[in-house]
Design a binder for this molecule. Structure first.
Ligand code: NAP
Length: 243
């Protein structure tokens, strides 16, 4: 895989899976625009690990803030060829106890954020008749999960967004796919108790949690010219925990 001369926008690229995606794409020659929400120090660490990269703070749930990401990309490297919508949050609670604003916020960041960025990235991609978009969904989009009605709805929505945008953008040479990670070791999963972790490990046929690099490799493949005929699909990276 070779991304020399290509530019990627990665949302939520400051930490975790997003950082691994930035580092992998950069190691293969891409320029990278690293978006983050508030943790500038972590985003700077990611930048230091990439040869050609800039960081930009923006809340992806806001279309105006997303526009700043793509404006900076245009000014620094030119239009983006690759978009990875990875920014995501969880606000878990049982359905009956879930405040409406927690439902709306998780949908706003995880799903509308991807919509905002897809819209902004796709116009220049359409003009160039080339583009690769990868949306980071989750295994729970397929399996469901107790206590995550908002998160599961957002991640299932991303699979719908992937299919609809893949069909719309295919005539312009743009592919759109989703990657659905299983249990990946990042800050998002670090807070789970030892008991929950052991129970979850027992449900993974490959016998281990995933690393952010496992996801980054799948994203890089779908972004690459090794995957020109794959679009509208969801690639599961979950150690077999849902097949
Ligand atoms: P993480 O370590 O919590 O990192 C989340 C990243 O998203 C951070 O860079 C954060 O920025 C950014 N972010 C959060 N809200 C944002 C907003 N409103 N606008 C822009 N950026 C925002 O999470 P992760 O585990 O790497 O997860 C990355 C993606 O994979 C998420 O979409 C998550 O749902 C998905 N996923 C994760 C797992 C897992 O097991 N870890 C499994 C399936 C799917 P700051 O650093 O500035 O806060």
């Amino acid at each position: 895989m070779d991304f020399t001369g290509k530019t990627a926008v990665v949302t939520g690229g400051g930490r975790g899976i997003g950082r691994a995606v930035c580092v992998r794409l950069a190691s293969l020659g891409a320029n990278v625009v690293i978006n983050y929400a508030g943790n500038e120090a972590e985003a700077e660490v990611t930048r230091s690990l990439c040869a050609n990269a800039v960081t930009v703070r923006a809340d992806v749930s806001s279309e105006d803030e997303c526009r700043r990401v793509f404006d900076l990309c245009e000014q620094t490297f030119g239009a983006a060829h690759l978009l990875v919508t990875n920014a995501g949050i969880a606000r878990d609670n049982l359905l009956l106890r879930m405040p409406g604003e927690d439902f709306a916020r998780v949908l706003g960041v995880n799903l509308k954020g991807a919509f905002n960025c897809t819209k902004l990235a796709s116009l220049p991609m359409m003009k160039a008749r080339y583009g690769r978009i990868v949306n980071i969904s989750s295994v729970v989009a397929l399996s469901g999960n107790v206590g995550q009605a908002n998160y599961v709805a957002s991640k299932a929505g991303l699979i719908g967004l992937t299919k609809a945008s893949a069909l719309e953008l295919a005539p312009r040479g743009i592919t759109v796919n989703a990657v659905a990670p299983g249990f990946i070791e990042t800050d998002m999963t670090a807070g789970l108790s030892g008991e929950v972790r052991e129970r979850m490990r027992g449900q993974i046929p490959l016998g281990r949690f995933g690393g952010a690099e496992d996801v980054a490799e799948a994203v890089a493949f779908l972004c690459s010219d090794k995957a020109p005929y794959i679009t509208g699909q969801t690639l599961n990276v979950n150690g077999g925990m849902y097949v």
